[in-house]
Design a protein around this ligand. Sequence first.
Ligand SMILES: [Zn+2]
Ligand SMILES: [Zn+2]
Ligand SMILES: [Zn+2]
Length: 152
Amino acid sequence: MTPQTDRPPVEAALALPARSSLDGERAAGRVCVWGGEALTIDTAVLLDEQRDGGAAWFPRACRRCTAQRAHQALVAHVPMCERCRDEARPDCALGEELRRLVAAHTPVRYCASCARQIGPGEEFERHLTQAPSGTGGAAHYTHRACPSRRSR
Ligand SMILES: [Zn+2]
Ligand SMILES: [Zn+2]
Ligand SMILES: [Zn+2]
């Protein structure tokens, strides 16, 4: 039999917590395995089946934590990976999958102060503006260490 799994070890790179260290909600996949955020069908990221001893479990995560973890994993992985550092032809399944996760789950936000995009892993602040007639208000974001604010 040929092994069917040529998927790279993404979950290992993301440093999933051991199931035994989790509370029941996280272990059951009802909340984000990292941050404990409530999940809906739309927001949940389904991670691969994990084996803990003999038992299978299916961790789920929110998009924000997934993007953060994938970004951290990428930052740790690339300097050690010759195939990812080959800029002409990066040929690394793990690097590619991590980049895909970051891109797929990072919400695109733009800084209201410098108008540049807030990249994955960059810290930002969320501001709420009061709407005139109870329409809920709008959120805008700024870099926590915004380059344009620092230079002024
Ligand atoms: Zn989360
Ligand atoms: Zn790589
Ligand atoms: Zn900014």
